[in-house]
Design a protein around this ligand. Structure first.
Ligand SMILES: Cc1ncc(COP(=O)(O)O)c(C=O)c1O
Length: 419
């Protein structure tokens, strides 16, 4: 497998872009031997050798060619290089040099998280985490890992003192796992403060950066060891493929134990989805700017709406995590939730009346997506438990899209209005 470290080689010439947008468009692209403008979808399971000698050298890692798509593929490489460039853009390593990262492209966010956990943890280890996490991550930590002898300690990590207490009390903690902003509550934890606390204990820090994307937040800037994404969301940006990525700053580890775990677990992506991802990522900056501008305007409008009891958006000064979000994010993002005064029936009625916005559960696409957890994703969760996580009967979650903002507001107005 070809493991290319530098992402600033564009069309085979060195170029140092000044802005995130230029870098996102060009980084990772290698000139195609047949002069195709875009890196093709290399739809092949295996790669060939000119002779036995070349095959031997390739397996020995002396020839840079590809071997087998589960191990790597040129279309994956472009996506991996682009994401590495985005997460490291303008970030320095401990010696003050441009940070180098290694990315591994996966079939889903959950596949990337599985590789991360298995390549770092063993029986007896513990993972310290915040209580608000994507449901699938919570499930793997609380129901799958215990079968392997690995357990999770859950604390409110919005208060770093709680993290310090846990780290001091339990030397078996091997990993600090955070997701910020978190799904579904949009809570934020302080990446820099938590990483600083974890390091003296030799604890690995991993951060799920799905909601923010590297355009809004770069966790490696604060010293974290690993970043994961569900690329299904804003990175792909168009809802066309499930995908995930795992990035690490210890290049040697990522090329050896990390890579071995990845290729033997078999959670790799596929060339078609990688192609869709590459093209989606080129427009990340312009998409996020529009998503975030729309989100801010909508949040302010919702605050004043008579049918709305509460708006959860990090961009509002009233949000408890506003200060942390503004410290570590360029803009507060495009995810929010709001609570309707009329409870369950008001939530269902709002969903039923939507005319332009889309009723669905995912996030990060061009269109505005709304879901009503109490009647959809969390319908089977006992009400007391739901309420503990802040998921009230009238809560609506919204991934703000890129439509003209007056149209989103118009649709919300008629969905929330009387009669
Ligand atoms: C924050 C976060 N992380 C991870 C995942 C899992 O990603 P995937 O569905 O691509 O496996 C999701 C899915 O919604 C998510 O929201």
């Amino acid at each position: 497998m070809q493991l290319v470290a530098c992402s600033y080689i564009m069309a085979d010439q060195k170029f140092f872009p000044s802005g995130f947008g230029s870098m996102a468009i060009h980084a990772g692209h290698a000139k195609d031997p047949r002069y195709a403008h875009l890196t093709p979808i290399y739809a092949c399971s295996t790669f060939v050798y000119d002779n036995a000698e070349q095959g031997m050298r390739r397996f020995a890692g002396e020839d840079p060619g590809y071997i087998y798509t589960r191990w790597g593929n040129p279309t994956f490489t472009e996506a991996e290089e682009k994401i590495s460039a985005m997460e490291s853009f303008g970030v320095q390593d401990d010696q003050g040099n441009p940070l180098e990262l290694k990315a591994l492209l996966h079939a889903s966010g959950m596949a990337a998280i599985s590789t991360l956990l298995i390549m770092n943890l063993k029986a007896g280890d513990k993972v310290l985490t915040h209580f608000s996490l994507y449901g699938g991550t919570q499930e793997i930590l609380q129901t799958v890992l215990p079968g392997l002898g690995i357990t999770a300690i859950i604390a409110d990590l919005r208060d770093p003192a709680r993290a310090e207490e846990a780290l001091r009390a339990d030397p078996a903690i091997r990993m600090l796992y955070i997701e910020t902003p978190a799904n579904p509550t949009i809570q934020c934890v302080d990446i820099a403060a938590l990483t600083q606390l974890a390091k003296p204990y030799g604890v690995i820090v991993a951060c799920d950066n799905t909601f923010a994307t590297p355009y809004l937040q770069q966790p490696f800037r604060y010293g974290v060891d690993f970043v994961i994404h569900s690329t299904t969301k804003f990175l792909n940006g168009h809802g066309t493929a499930i995908g995930g990525v795992l990035l690490g700053r210890d290049i040697e580890f990522m090329k050896t134990k990390g890579y071995k775990t990845y290729k033997t677990l078999g959670g790799n992506s596929n060339p078609f989805d990688a192609f869709l991802l590459v093209n989606g990522m080129k427009t990340l900056e312009v998409r996020m700017e529009r998503h975030c501008a729309n989100a801010m305007e909508i949040a302010r409008w919702l605050v004043d709406h008579p049918a709305v009891a509460r708006v959860n958006y990090n961009g509002l000064a009233s949000h408890p995590d506003h200060a942390v979000a503004m410290r570590q994010m360029r803009h507060p993002g495009a995810m929010m939730s709001f609570e309707l005064k009329g409870g369950l029936q008001a939530g269902i009625r709002c969903m039923d009346r939507l005319a332009m916005c889309t009723r669905t559960v995912s996030l990060g696409t061009c269109d505005t997506l709304l879901s009503h957890p109490a009647s959809m994703t969390h319908k089977s969760v006992p009400a007391e438990l739901r309420l503990q996580y802040g998921i009230t009967d009238g809560l609506i979650r919204m991934s703000v899209g890129m439509e003209n903002v007056q149209d989103i507001l118009g649709d919300l107005e008629q969905a929330l209005g009387g009669e």
